[in-house]
Design a protein around this ligand. Structure first.
Ligand SMILES: C[S@@+](CC[C@H](N)C(=O)[O-])C[C@H]1O[C@@H](n2cnc3c(N)ncnc32)[C@H](O)[C@@H]1O
Length: 203
C-alpha cells in the first residue's frame, strides 16, 4: 500500500524525473482561467505547475509544500520569481484570515480528518466571495479508476468533503472523470465560494 505522507518520501520522488506534467490540470485550468487575478495560495504545490500558471495570469501566488525537492523543481522554471515559495507542512501553515481570493488544493492526500481540518481553516483565509478549489483522487478510483494512491483512508469523496462544502456557497461538488493514457481516473471536485454575506462561512 503506497502512503506517501512524509516530506522525505516526496523529496525522493522529486529527485528523479518531473513527476507531473508542467501543464495545469485541465479541469483546474477551465475553472480558473477566466477569474480576475487576485491573491492565491496553492497548498501542496509540488513542482508548482498551478502556481506558475496562475502567476502567469497575473495572480499573486504563494506556493506551499513540505518537499524542498519539489519546490526546487518549480523554482527552476521560467516565471518562478513571480511566485512566493514556502517550504512548510500545510497542516501547520496558515494564511491571514480573510486575505485570499483563491485557495487551490490539488492532489493533496492526507488522512481524512487532517484534510477536513485543513480545508475548514482554508475557508477562513478566504475573503467573502473568495474561491476554494479542491481536486484529488476519489476513493472509488481504487476499485474503478486508474493510478493515484491506493490507500482509501487518504482519498476524497463527495461524502467526505461535504462538511467543508457546508461552509461554502457550492458551485460544484462531484465525482469527475479524468482521461489519462492508462484509462479513466476518478477524481473528486469541490468548487465553491466563501459566502459574501460578510458574516463568515456557514456552519
Ligand atoms: C501529488 S503531489 C501534487 C502536487 C501539485 N498540487 C500538483 O497538482 O501538481 C502532492 C504534493 O503534496 C505534498 N504534500 C503532501 N503532504 C503534505 C503536507 N502535509 N504539507 C505540505 N505538502 C504536502 C507533497 O510534497 C507533494 O508535492
Amino acid at each position: 500500500m503506497l502512503r506517501c505522507v512524509r516530506a522525505e518520501d516526496w523529496d525522493e520522488r522529486y529527485v528523479g524525473d518531473r513527476q507531473w506534467s508542467a501543464e495545469p490540470n485541465r479541469l483546474i485550468a477551465a475553472l480558473l482561467a477566466d477569474l480576475p487575478p487576485g491573491d492565491a495560495v496553492d497548498l501542496a504545490a509540488g513542482e508548482g505547475r498551478h502556481a506558475l500558471w496562475l502567476a502567469g495570469l497575473g495572480w499573486r501566488v504563494t506556493a506551499v509544500d513540505f518537499s524542498g525537492a519539489g519546490l526546487a523543481r518549480g523554482q527552476e522554471q521560467p516565471g518562478a520569481d513571480a511566485v512566493e515559495w514556502v517550504r512548510a507542512d500545510v497542516l501547520g501553515w496558515a494564511a491571514l484570515p480573510a486575505s485570499l481570493d483563491l485557495v487551490l488544493v490539488a492532489y493533496l492526500h492526507v488522512p481524512q480528518e487532517d484534510t477536513r481540518e485543513l480545508l475548514r481553516r482554508a475557508v477562513g483565509w478566504l475573503r467573502p466571495g473568495g474561491r476554494l478549489l479542491v481536486l484529488g483522487h476519489d476513493v472509488e478510483n481504487v476499485q474503478s479508476g486508474v493510478g493515484g494512491p491506493q490507500d482509501p483512508a487518504i482519498l476524497h469523496s463527495v461524502e467526505r468533503l461535504a462538511p467543508v462544502a457546508a461552509l461554502l456557497d457550492v458551485d460544484r461538488l462531484a465525482q469527475v472523470p479524468r482521461e489519462t493514457p492508462a484509462g479513466t481516473a476518478l477524481d473528486t471536485l469541490l468548487w465553491g465560494r466563501r459566502p459574501a454575506s460578510g458574516v463568515g462561512p456557514r456552519r
